[in-house]
Design a protein around this ligand. Structure first.
Ligand code: LMR
Ligand code: MN
Length: 432
């Protein structure tokens, strides 16, 4: 509504605006038409422009129209430029603009709105925190870090800033010591936005890598208690709740024993294809280093054949038998939440305990070259590979790998959809 001190008195009674605002939910089109007519005689009236923006916003939602949403965003932005807009309306519309821009994936555009909020409300740390989040969402980690450092200079105990700052130190800078300190302080603050599975996930991991196992356990138990993790060991973040959860699966339990036996029958051809690729390029092999910072030490490389349900033709050309077998195995080749890949690991490698992203897949390994001294722990049980044999585990459970042998280990990894997912779920779950 027009500010109280406005020189031009409102042209209509407040009740007229209230009535129109109440009508937006039901019939945004009618409100838009009415407002358009009224704007002809008073094009600068903030109350009318507000109604127009909100009606466009509602109509965009109803019609699922991006064009209308763009119009709504433009309307909000021009409102935010008005000199007379009250603090309350400015706050409400700026936040809504950011919300709608994020919904459209326009995190970069949102940044200028965040900056307007910070300028107008310099004493509220929330606006700086929100800007830091938008920076993170567009991958501007160093800008986010600078912003959070500024917040923590001004408000040293701001929990939201603490937890995000710790998250950056842990995940981008691999600083487990400082990262765990800030993550813990932020979570302990109990402030809104700090009790998040991702923060507990990385705090526990940081403690674990520091050898602080008791603290790590406490964090995981808190995550279970808060309903953020399915169990102490199963800490995947993208889950379907009802699925059976066990660390190790027998081939029979997967319901795909027949398909896995096929891979076992052809294991030597599969091995030969992998070895040929490994040897063909020597040091510049098509195998790619593991880049997720899961390694404590050593060499661990992978060559993807399928990823997110898509074949990788350039690699499959070099492993035709293997890819043909996968192509005949729908639960594997359609698995958009996993991969099929060769995995090679050199002696003296240790992979930190970690959890995969989702409980929607199971992970099969076919042993191809298996030296002594290699071991995989899933949950509380350790197993070793056998050449020509498949085993299956659920990689959403914490697992850890050691290679203390003296020659290279090679396996084929095949992810499959969890057998209890429905066809509809397999079609519609977003890929990972
Ligand atoms: C994992 O899935 O993390 C490992 O088991 C992969 C591998 O190559 O052993
Ligand atoms: Mn893994």
């Amino acid at each position: 509504y027009p500010p109280e001190q406005s020189n031009t008195p409102p042209l209509r009674a407040k009740t007229d605006y209230d009535a129109m605002e109440a009508q937006i939910e039901e019939n945004p089109e009618a409100v838009l038409n009415k407002v358009k007519r009224l704007l002809e005689s008073s094009p600068e009236e903030i109350a009318l422009l507000s109604l127009q923006a909100q009606a466009l916003d509602k109509l965009a939602e109803k019609k699922r129209s991006n064009n209308l949403l763009e119009d709504a965003i433009t309307s909000y932005l021009s409102l935010l430029q008005k000199r007379d807009i009250t603090d309350n309306l400015f706050l409400k519309f700026a936040n809504r603009t950011i919300n709608r821009m994020r919904f459209r994936g326009q995190y970069g555009h949102a940044i200028s709105v965040h900056k307007m909020l910070i300028n107008r409300f310099p004493k509220d740390p929330r606006h700086r925190n929100d800007l830091a989040v938008s920076y993170l969402m567009v991958g501007r980690v160093s800008s986010a870090k600078l912003m959070l450092e500024e917040i923590l200079r001004l408000w040293p105990s701001d929990g939201f800033a603490l937890v995000h700052y710790g998250f950056i130190l842990k995940t981008s800078e691999n600083d487990n010591e400082a990262g765990s300190h800030f993550l813990q302080a932020g979570i302990d603050s109990g402030e809104p936005g700090t009790m998040d599975a991702r923060f507990l996930f990385h705090l526990g991991d940081a403690y674990n890598r520091l050898g602080k196992y008791i603290q790590a356990d406490k964090v995981y138990e808190l995550g279970v208690e808060k309903g953020l993790f399915r169990s102490k060991y199963q800490r995947s973040l993208y889950n379907v709740d009802r699925l059976t959860a066990r660390p190790w699966w027998s081939l029979q339990q997967t319901t795909y024993e027949k398909q896995f036996r096929k891979f076992e029958e052809h294991w030597k051809e599969i091995r030969n294809e992998a070895v040929a690729i490994l040897e063909s390029h020597g040091k510049t092999s098509a195998f790619k280093d593991e880049v997720e910072n899961l390694r404590d030490k050593g060499v661990w490389k992978q060559l993807e054949l399928y990823a997110r349900g898509q074949q990788i033709p350039s690699n499959c050309k070099r492993a035709p038998v293997t890819c043909q077998l996968i192509a005949q195995f729908p639960a594997a080749h359609s698995c958009r939440r996993g991969q099929a890949k060769f995995s090679v690991m050199h002696p003296n490698t240790h992979v930190w305990p970690h959890c995969g992203p989702t409980n929607c897949r199971l992970r099969a390994h076919l042993g191809l070259i298996v030296p002594l001294g290699t071991e995989l722990r899933v949950g509380e049980e350790r197993r070793s590979w056998q050449e020509g044999k498949v085993f299956v585990f659920d990689d959403s459970f914490e697992h850890e790998v050691w290679h203390n042998g003296s020659s290279t280990r090679l396996v084929l990894i095949i992810d499959i959809w969890h057998p209890e997912l429905t066809e509809q779920e397999k079609r519609s779950l977003p890929a990972i």
